[in-house]
Design a protein. Structure first.
Length: 294
């Protein structure tokens, strides 16, 4: 990636309950989608919630559609590798969902990633197409090449590192935007964002350094090695709260996915206290009485 590193440097010059659930519960809540993605690189701390299991992130961990990946504040990078050598790199303090099947992009397919907060770099290789990315404020349409997206504290940014990008602002009255290679978009989610011919120096300082460094592909080397995931306690309500209170389209499958957790007192209490944030859980907490057979 020396050529990509040069692009970045040129821009500067110019401008990441229980220790396990019962086997029956796991079978009921594991995603059924083929696990085509693998976590191949970890520098720092991260956890993965795949199905309803909370797992320690580690190279060799295979991820199903809908897997939630969350990195720590000091994490340098987490890399996910997928079909056709596609990669997703996640920076520190990042919360992302891989292939959110409850959401469909404008092309009718689920996007590659939903970025709730933090920074992500998506890269396709050999002309393959990535199915885009969705954030609370943006919908990035399918593309080839590489793009960096950042979300946090009411701000959002997109850098077309090596791709022409088309995306929609999801705010009321938002418009469709286009970036050429090397161009940059930034906004506050409430008003129309601005376009620039290159990122500013202040933004570049925030970008994870690992996004600029050459990182080797490792999925092929890891795929034949035996791997047993480490199951962590939880997830607790607090650990899932930001996802459970996310936009309705994203959390459409969460009730069926996490329903077994509602039997735990602490999780159930959290649901009741914050029901306004996720009203679809009302039927779980207060099921309608069934009529006795005549």
């Amino acid at each position: 990636m020396h050529q990509k590193t040069g692009k970045w440097q040129g821009v500067v010059r110019h401008r990441i309950r229980a220790a396990a659930l019962g086997l029956l519960t796991l079978a009921a809540i594991q995603p059924s989608h083929a696990q085509d993605w693998m976590l191949t690189l970890l520098d720092g701390d991260a956890v993965v919630i795949d199905g309803a299991r909370r797992l320690a992130a580690a190279p060799g961990l295979r991820l199903g559609a809908g897997a939630l990946v969350e990195t720590g504040a000091s994490t340098t990078v987490v890399r996910l590798e997928g079909p056709e050598q596609a990669t997703v790199d996640l920076g520190p303090d990042t919360r992302a969902m891989l292939i959110p099947t409850a959401m469909a992009s404008r092309g009718g397919r689920s996007p590659t990633l939903y970025l709730l907060q933090g920074a992500a770099k998506l890269t396709s290789r050999g002309g393959a197409t990535l199915q885009g990315l969705v954030t609370p404020g943006l919908e990035l349409l399918p593309f080839t090449g590489s793009a960096v997206v950042q979300v946090g504290k009411g701000q959002q940014a997109v850098f077309a590192e090596a791709s022409r990008l088309e995306f929609d602002e999801r705010r009321a009255g938002g418009v469709s935007r286009t970036l050429g290679v090397g161009e940059f978009y930034s906004g506050d989610m409430a008003r129309a964002g601005t376009l620039a011919s290159r990122p500013g120096a202040d933004w570049l300082k925030q970008v994870p350094r690992a996004f600029r460094d050459p990182l080797p592909l490792r999925a092929a080397a890891l795929s034949d090695r035996p791997f047993e995931p480490t199951v962590l306690p939880g997830p607790t309500y607090e650990q899932l709260a930001q996802w459970l209170g996310a936009e309705p389209g994203l959390r459409r499958d969460f009730v069926s996915r996490f329903k077994p957790l509602a039997h735990e007192a602490g999780f159930r209490s959290g649901l009741k206290s914050n029901l306004h944030a996720h009203p679809e859980w009302g039927e779980v907490l207060h099921p309608k009485p069934t009529k006795p057979p005549r």
